[in-house]
Design a protein around this ligand. Sequence first.
Ligand SMILES: Cc1ncc(COP(=O)(O)O)c(C=O)c1O
Length: 374
Amino acid sequence: MQAAVDSGIGVDVSSVYELRDALRAGVDPARVVATGPAKTHAFHAELLACGALISVDSIGELAELEACVAPSTPPPRVRILLRYRPASNRASRFGMDEAELLQCLKRLATRRTAFTFEGFHCHLGGYAWETRVQAVHELAAAVGAARELDLRPRMLDIGGGLPVRYVEGEAYDAFLPAQTPDDYRTGRVPDSYYPYGGRTDAAAWLRQLLAAPCVGGRTVAHYLNAEQLVLALEPGRSLVDQAAVTAFRVIRVKALADGRHVVFVEGSSFSACETWFGSEFLVDPVLVPADPERGADGPRFGAYIAGHSCLDDDVVTNRILDFDRRPEPGDLLVYANTAGYQMDLLENEFHRHPMPRRIVVRTNPRGAMEFSPD
Ligand SMILES: Cc1ncc(COP(=O)(O)O)c(C=O)c1O
């Protein structure tokens, strides 16, 4: 939050707690946008009080907001984006289809003293810029419909989903098809993964999006300029690309009845993992031996990683990792680039274990490293 405020960008919040954090960090409330279909009454009330932009997810939410603002409420008015559900995500529970958008627009056109309509929002799953171009194309009709009602959209907010490249594309392409069921504790290769070795980083993604042909043969950039629309983005993972490492201390290694091995670590699947939605964090950890003199002269060692969970299926990796030596108690397993969804989001108290410690490392003006608790 503080980094966002210091760099003068806005913040998107999806709970009253995130809103309070943002305001405490000193964000200009005018640069806050609230998303999500499950906003509580308390959340709405605090958004209205500070004048944040609200991405309305449904006709029902708009009606609730109308009920919140008394007819006599003086300006400032409630600032609104309408959340669209693009054709590529029709089964999603987020946003509204074209007919519902139109219904909201008509409603807003009759409530000009209470609401300021500022534009449209959508957040797509997946990481392809092509689906965002398609969404902008679809939204052009809604922009036209709004203007016909003399409403003045000024923004298209296309959410996040800008990709992070964790590994080289060639290495990733070679890795994926070479996997077999034997590489997994479960005997099953997961159906899908985050695109760990995609060819596009966030900057190239944005360039490709802006240069893509869209409405009436014009590029997205030309269309937005001609319509005087601001393109808003809500990057999450890509904002923290190359930030943070997660370290697990090895407790012990155990041989299992089927001849396999498991490495037990201090931590849980919540600390760095995607196994909880049937996928895997594919970046291998680096084994840092407690005794730096201990070389890698023994045989290679395969094992999956588990933490302190009581559920057999709740592990850190289902994937059998290929270590260049047998991990020993006190060694560290260090995962790189874990700030995006591998640390704060998944951390959780489980079996009353304390939350993992977070340490911030800074370089001071003399060039020395300083460590401080977060
Ligand atoms: C509304 C919204 N905006 C932005 C993001 C951030 O997405 P990403 O981390 O893929 O950039 C999310 C994540 O799910 C989201 O739901």
